[in-house]
Write a protein that binds this ligand. Sequence first.
Ligand code: UD1
Ligand code: CA
Length: 451
Amino acid sequence: MTLASIILAAGEGTRMRSKTPKVLHPLAGKPMVWYALKAVKALVDLPPVLVVGHGADAVKAVIGDAADYALQVEQLGTGHAVLMAKPQLAHKADTLLVTFADMPLLREETMARLIEMHATSPSPVTMTSLIGDEARGFGRVVRDAQGHVAAIVEQADATPEQLAIREYNVSAYCFDADWLWSALEQIPVSPKGEYYLTDVVALAVEGGFPVESLVLEDPDEAIGLNNRVHLAEAEKIMRKRINEGWMLAGVTIVDPETTYIEADVHIGRDTVILPNTYLRGQTVIGEDCEIGPDTILVDTQVGDHVQLLASVLEYAQVADHVTMGPYCHLRKGAVLDEGVHLGNFGEVKDSYLGPGTKMGHFSYIGNAKIGRDVNIGAGTITCNYDGERKHPTEIGDEVFLGSDTMLVAPVKIGDRSVTGAGAVVTRDVPEDTLVMGVPAKVKGKLERRDK
Ligand code: UD1
Ligand code: CA
């Protein structure tokens, strides 16, 4: 058996009222369609075929080679959309898994069960349904007197009796490929002028095949995203799933309701996440850390035993035993080595701080390379920008920068040197030297301090 997957993503998503194609709206930091691709990836033998149409170029630009593409130029319905994948798959796959890109909550395990159910069924169609009280615009599953599936009727075309049916079409299907390709040629055009994929169910029944449906236990999985109310609903469910996944993996989340962890984030064991914390993008956090409250990490790597309080870290790296906050901001290219301490109101950008270096209060460090065990006095600033260009600052090991030191870059300070409070350093300072004043002048050599 060769199993292929078709994911429909060509619709306009009018109800989103957006300039962005519906399937690119983010959910837990990833475009909606990413989840549909992820759910089938491990199950299929061929690259999934994404049927694109509305906003095709934008979708392709985001998804790249994670899928093959079929183009549906005019959106003539879900049946028509599936047919667009025929040239690619007709002689390659004998079983087809068909899903929609606007249903990101369907789980891989559910797809696996659907495939298994189909493999043991004599029917060319196996579908999925849900029993409940919230119709949400779903097609209704019509069953005959014996309880066998007879047809799917779209809500817009249903009779009042059919509207009262409480079994809904979820829209994940498994098909025998050859049968589906010919059935799709036979589906009638709907009153709305569309070719409904759902009509193949009645065709199978008319052809004498009993159609089985996998009835989902978790209604959340079936939520299709048609507008932004649905988007927020799905976001909440996804957040709960992600948080529960990490809690079961050994991470303490004090208040899951206010903890926002995106899909690609990784967190080590025995780390504690405090409320109102956002972990975004490709963020990786080690073990035994305490993150938050009120902390935002974007694409940031954090080692073990790190404490981050009420701070924002973007595209930064933080080694083991770093402590930070409250109210620090690490920007792109900030690298803090082991045991660095940042107290309140520190900003670091494009800079390296060596092991054990401390910056307690109100400092800005940009375009700097700072050695180990440096004391960065309160209010120290790298004056790295002359109005046109950025210039580098280099500070050696065990340097002591007095409070309110201004480092007018480009400038270098040698190992173990000391600046007086309020010094404005405009020239390089050699090793073991004391400088003071505005502009800073050499006040003498220091006796080499042994650590
Ligand atoms: C569809 C089902 C309905 C089911 C519901 C579950 C049909 C006719 N109806 O309705 O029975 O209960 O899903 O969520 O299948 N698309 C295309 N090309 C098209 C039309 C749609 O690619 O020409 C794609 C859309 O981008 C979307 C998916 O197919 O990802 C579903 O389309 P949508 O219009 O949202 O169908 P529903 O009204 O939700
Ligand atoms: Ca839909």
